[in-house]
Design a protein. Structure first.
Lengths: 173, 652, 179
């Protein structure tokens, strides 16, 4: 009788361990998806301050990055620039937020990839913490009403975001 | 060349394993097994030793064509850490595991084939089967000798945290000795279940192995705690990290097994339970291997996620289900249990101690694995961290201490009124100690109770040792002479007393360091005096130095007695200068802080340089003052020495 | 080389190195010293000790050397100085990161299982032990003093093994002359 109980426990434990194999312990779900975006004011590298309220009414791509984040941030930088080139005139804003980095490193990175969209530095990390950022790169997609609809941890590609952006642009029409 | 030689050695070892298994199967009907399987076991050990020697040659020589060497060393790695890189990453650690397993198998083969011939076939089957499993992993998915297509000019090197302390060279091999050692009692138990009534008594044969594996696990855990304390910079020694818990679980059940085996052999009780405990201890080591290497739980210690996770799980599943099947088949046929004459007896106390130890193991296991359960069922992520474990393990630990004290005073069979009276005296002494502690200002119910429990255990051991010594003194010996003689004459029993005493001292250290730990985080200017925990600390300067593998910035901190500094007005002479530093390794992004510690029997002063700014001449220091930390190491050392004493063979 | 030149040289080395390195550190405590009181520090540390560092493997925010952890510690201190309570600050982090940022699992829902495990394990074990001992004591009471062969007695060194055979027991080491 005890052996049946032991067998049940053993099978349960093995099943749990097996299920654990299929997930990545480092991947973390964000509780902010579906909720209004946190307000922020971002000091830009080119001067001035970008406030999140000013972005209301447009689709926003918020990308957190750092110059030491190799290779992911380096891989996605051209994609982000292309998204800006494609959709910048159509009511989409790409915002780059540099975190846990140096000013020199950030400027060098922007110069290297010729980024023309607004880029700023989050010196104290409060914007990153507000967004629940865990690592770099992380990208958030925000709709016209200011709600976070999508979060991606890791390098993004143009294709990954383009379809979603199109859907969001079609929405508020 | 080396890589080829290494692979060939591992393949030869695997072939010897399989040949040995064939020999075991063919010999199982004979009453006295031939030397076949034993010879193959020795062959396995020699072949794996050759593979290890070749790997060490590659590591020391810096052969970067081998992927493992390139990922764990670089040109600037010092010699000691090159040698220790053997167990620095996944494939190498498996190679170490296989080596220890093969060596133990060969040793068991040589000793037990003649001493316990009827147990030998089953035992050999289990041990050779395990060897074959791990060698198959090494030859297949976790090949340590895999080569890189292009030889890099320099290796990348291990995580710097693994390269700045000599204990890196000692902790893993000792711990593995304990882990792998738990397979031997299990093998003997299985041998006994398979062989049936004609077989030798497996518990008697296994007792030195049980004790040896327990001793190695204890030493491994203590070395790990000490290494954490010296290196990690948060002033602690145990973080309830999943990999740490994976080593603690078999230790808890092994402690239960040591006591249960003693009772089985002396009183004929707990027969089936001892078999089950041996199996559980071994299976928990496999679970530990799985957790550490599969990437299932995030941990500071874990090796990177790899493809061998599913293979290890398959092995664990096979071992678990096979053991259950064997138990279901053979356990009912075991002889009926012996008799207990009183609850106030040592054997009853061992039963209770097993209950507490297994409850602790169940708690630690559930807490460690629970995040996986929650995620599998609800998709949410949760953390079960140190605050939980500290809260629930404390009462269980104190209960265990109380049982330890009581079990020492009571005797086998039926305790006499004199025994109970003696226990009353010891309990009264413990109560007095607790009251004295409360009166002296110790705060917190748990801490006061802990003082009482520690005093109870320590007093019980001392009383029993004193009784033995007094008997010899009555026969005319001097005190030191009597002490030495009684310990040497009844090694096993007195080693037990000393181990319990060491445990009490270590727990006193743990309680002291947790209960009134003081931690201060301060931004200080160079030359400014800061007061913390009764000390006056002053950062003298910020210095930098370059080493072949890293850049070091350190901040000499003069430490003086705080009271004298405040009262005297003038600056008192420093007692000591501590040198916490930050190490900047070439390939690491964040610097690695190395703490500086001043240890006394009363307390430890622990200083970490968290940050610095040479421009403004400031530094951020973390200062931790924890009482009685040295007692943990002292108590642990006593446990290990006493355990070794129990293992030392008596003069023939 | 005089002592002065040597010292100056050392400072040059430190400054050059620091200029290269220090910016990367992002000094751990950006808040100026005058605004912080020890009490605030202690409270901030206590809160940080309850939170798990998001970028580390199983360390608390108080203990972690990572930059994000340092920024979180600074934020905790700022919020405390601004008058927020401990519960409000903890709730903020849980709101942004999720339940897992708490090191101690809350006693809610399915997590009750983990909190009840120790007591359940002890009770179950105690019940089993009681049943076992009761049976064994009954056997002890039933055995007569003269019947010391079928049941092992306290001082009888010849304990039959698990299969009923007579083994060599009691000692830890077997002599090679046996068997």
């Amino acid at each position: 009788m005890w052996l049946w109980a032991a067998l049940a426990v053993a099978v349960a434990v093995l099943a749990v361990l097996g299920a654990g194999l299929r997930r990545d312990p480092r991947r973390l779900p964000s509780p902010l998806v579906g909720r209004p975006t946190p307000a922020f004011s971002l000091p830009l590298l080119n001067g001035g301050v970008l406030r999140s309220e000013a972005l209301r009414g447009r689709v926003v791509v918020v990308n957190f990055w750092a110059s030491w984040c190799y290779p992911a941030c380096y891989d996605e930088a051209p994609h982000l620039q292309r998204l800006w080139d494609r959709y910048g005139e159509r009511g989409v804003v790409v915002v780059g937020i540099n975190i846990q980095d140096t000013e020199a490193g950030a400027r060098a990175f922007v110069r290297r990839f010729g980024q023309t969209f607004p880029v700023g530095r989050d010196r104290t990390g409060s914007i990153a913490i507000d967004f629940g950022v865990v690592g770099v790169p992380e990208t958030y997609l925000i709709d016209r009403q200011g709600r976070i609809v999508f979060k991606h941890a890791g390098a993004v590609t143009e294709d990954l975001l383009a379809a979603r952006i199109e859907a969001l642009l079609a929405q508020g029409r | 060349m080396i890589a080829l030689g290494g692979r060939i050695s591992l393949l030869v070892a695997l072939a010897c394993c399989l040949a040995g298994l064939v020999a075991v199967l063919r010999a199982r009907t004979r009453t006295v097994p031939g030397p076949g399987a034993a010879r193959w076991a020795v062959g396995v050990a020699l072949a794996v030793t050759a593979a290890v020697a070749l790997m060490e040659a590659a590591l020391v020589g810096g052969d970067f064509s081998i992927r493992y060497v390139a990922s764990t060393t670089n040109r600037t790695t010092p010699l000691l850490f090159r040698v220790a890189s053997l167990w620095g990453a996944l494939e190498g650690s498996l190679l170490l595991w296989a080596w220890v397993l093969a060596a133990l198998t060969a040793w068991v083969a040589v000793r037990s084939r003649t001493a316990a011939p009827r147990l030998w076939p089953g035992t050999a089957g289990v041990l050779l089967g395990l060897c074959a499993f791990f060698l198959a992993l090494l030859v297949g998915p976790a090949d340590p000798f895999a080569r890189l297509p292009v030889v890099p000019p320099d290796g990348s090197g291990l995580n710097p945290l693994l390269q700045n302390h000599p204990l890196m060279a000692l902790h893993p091999p000792v711990l593995y000795l304990g882990y792998v050692g738990m397979a031997v009692p299990y093998a003997f138990a299985v041998g006994s279940l398979l062989a049936g009534p004609d077989a030798e008594e497996w518990v008697a044969v296994s007792r030195p192995w049980i004790l040896g594996a327990w001793l190695a696990l204890t030493a491994g855990l203590l070395l790990g705690a000490r290494w954490s304390y010296d290196v990690l910079g948060w002033g602690g020694y145990w973080a309830w990290d999943p990999v740490e818990n994976a080593a603690l679980l078999p230790w808890l059940t092994a402690t239960a097994l040591v006591h249960s085996a003693m009772v089985e052999v002396r009183r004929g009780l707990l027969r089936a339970w001892t078999v089950v405990l041996a199996a559980v201890s071994f299976l928990l080591t496999l679970v530990g291997t799985f957790i550490t290497r599969s990437g299932v739980l995030a941990s500071v210690h874990a090796f990177t996620q790899s493809a061998i996770g599913p293979a290890l799980l398959a092995g664990l599943a096979a071992a678990t289900l096979g053991t259950l099947a064997l138990l279901a088949w053979r356990l009912p046929g075991l002889r009926e249990e012996g008799a207990v004459f009183s609850v106030a007896s040592r054997e009853a106390l061992v039963v209770f101690n097993n209950v507490i130890l297994l409850a602790m193991a169940a708690t630690v296991f559930v807490g460690t694995v629970f995040p996986l359960v929650v995620e599998a069922t609800t998709g949410q992520k949760v953390t079960v961290g140190p605050p939980f474990f500290n809260t629930v393990i404390t009462p269980l630990g104190l209960a265990l201490l109380a049982l330890t004290g009581a079990g020492t005073v009571l005797r086998w069979g039926r305790s006499t009124a004199a025994d109970l009276r003696r226990m009353g005296h010891v309990a009264a002494a413990a109560l007095a100690a607790a009251v004295a502690a409360a009166a002296a200002g110790v705060r917190g119910t748990a801490t006061v109770v802990a003082v009482g429990a520690v005093a109870f255990t320590a007093a019980a051991q001392t009383v029993e040792i004193a009784r033995g010594v007094r008997t010899l003194q009555a026969a005319g010996r001097s005190l030191p002479g009597a002490l030495v003689e009684v310990i040497l004459r009844h090694r096993h029993r007195y080693a037990g007393y000393l181990v319990h005493l060491g445990l009490a001292v270590a727990v006193a250290g743990i309680v002291g360091s947790q209960a009134s730990r003081l931690e201060v985080h301060r931004l200080v200017r160079v030359g400014e005096v800061v007061h913390a925990g009764g000390y006056a600390l002053r950062v003298d300067e910020l210095r930098a130095g370059a080493y072949p593998d890293r850049l070091v910035v350190w901040a000499p901190v003069s430490v003086a007695d705080g009271g004298a500094a405040l009262a005297g007005g003038r600056e008192p002479a420093p007692k000591v200068v501590l040198r916490p530093s930050q190490n900047f390794y070439r390939h690491a992004r964040t610097p690695v802080p190395t703490p500086a510690v001043r240890s006394t029997w009363r307390e430890d002063l622990y200083v970490v340089l968290m940050g610095f700014d040479p421009g403004s001449q400031t530094a951020v220091l973390r200062v931790v003052v924890s009482p009685l930390v040295s007692w943990i190491w002292a108590g642990g050392a006593l446990m290990i020495v006493a355990g070794g004493l129990a293992l030392w063979p008596p003069r023939r | 080389m005089t002592a002065d030149t040597g010292r100056r040289r050392r400072w040059v080395v430190v400054l050059v190195l620091a200029a290269a390195i220090a910016p990367r550190l992002g000094l751990a405590d950006p808040a100026p010293a005058a605004e912080r009181t020890p009490d605030l520090d202690a409270r901030a540390q206590a809160i940080a000790a309850r939170l798990r560092c998001p970028v580390c493997q199983n360390e608390s925010v108080a203990d972690s050397p990572a930059e994000l952890a340092a920024q979180m510690r600074a934020m905790i201190r700022d919020r405390l100085a601004a008058g927020e309570s401990e519960e409000q600050i903890i709730a903020y982090f849980v709101d942004r990161y999720g339940q897992w940022i708490l090191l101690e699992p809350p006693r809610r829902g399915i997590l009750w299982v983990v909190w009840l495990t120790p007591a359940a394990a002890v009770l179950a074990g105690a019940a089993l032990a009681a049943a076992y001992l009761r049976r064994a004591i009954k056997a002890g009471a039933a055995s007569s003093a003269a019947d010391s062969d079928s049941y092992p007695s306290v001082d009888n060194p010849q304990q039959p093994g698990i299969w009923g055979q007579t083994p060599d027991v009691g000692r830890v080491w077997k002599k090679s002359s046996d068997r």
